[in-house]
Design a protein around this ligand. Structure first.
Ligand SMILES: Cc1cc2nc3c(=O)[nH]c(=O)nc-3n(C[C@H](O)[C@H](O)[C@H](O)COP(=O)(O)O)c2cc1C
Length: 198
């Protein structure tokens, strides 16, 4: 029994070393962040309900101002609706065979008051990035495609998707299995970094 406990503790320590490391290549989280790319072409294979559930859980694990969680997520997998989205929003890439699209929205009835209401955009953006990273880590492809702040686009999407007055769509994320392998871009620029005073 004592041996088993020791083995279990050693295994746990090893597991934690594997992810909590300063080595960029060995750290799974950093590796996912550094290798994520926008995917805009998808295969016929549909992500499973479990995978979509994980993406939504990852989304809702995001930080939000005063922990308001002022969001809602519309999952579209109806073929007819996907077709309409692809036709009306070609920038969304849903027409490129996406089997599922997630529309992360701000819920203004849950948002802060006054000028702090606009925090919803940052809150939902954090959720969007979580979705993109979670999708990539599961071998799925996705891309953030913009609606808000382009008012006409956001209003058109709200109408198409039957969104209530208090729900504002931030973007459309087509999700599927990648049918392309875009190269990872190195965007690191030392000139973007300043210390203490700009
Ligand atoms: C706010 C925002 C809006 C975007 N809108 C679109 C879009 O409408 N269509 C599209 O194909 N990609 C869109 N993108 C994806 C960017 O083009 C992409 O992130 C950028 O080229 C960097 O490439 P990477 O994601 O592969 O690193 C958008 C990204 C962001 C953050």
């Amino acid at each position: 029994m004592k041996h088993l406990t020791l083995i279990a503790v050693a295994a746990l320590m090893l597991a934690s070393c594997a992810t909590k490391t300063n080595n960029m290549k060995e750290n799974e989280t950093i590796n996912s962040i550094m290798t994520r790319v926008s995917v805009r072409q998808f295969t016929e294979e549909k992500p499973s309900a479990e995978q979509i559930d994980i993406l939504l859980r990852a989304a809702m694990a995001a930080p939000s101002a005063v922990n308001k969680q002022p969001w809602g997520f519309l999952v579209v997998d109806d073929k007819e609706m996907l077709k309409k989205i692809g036709e009306q929003f070609p920038n969304s890439r849903v027409q490129n065979n996406a089997q599922v699209a997630i529309v992360p929205c701000g819920d203004l009835s849950k948002a802060l008051e006054g000028e702090a209401q606009e925090y919803w955009v940052q809150d939902v953006s954090a959720a969007v990035e979580n979705i993109l990273l979670a999708a990539h880590s599961m071998g799925l492809g996705a891309v953030w495609t913009g609606l808000t702040p382009i008012k006409a686009r956001a209003e058109q999407a709200a109408q198409l998707l039957g969104l209530p007055e208090n729900i504002v769509p931030l973007c459309i994320i087509p999700v599927g299995y990648p049918a392309e392998e875009p190269a990872v871009k190195d965007k690191y620029k030392a000139e973007n970094i300043h210390y203490n005073v700009w």
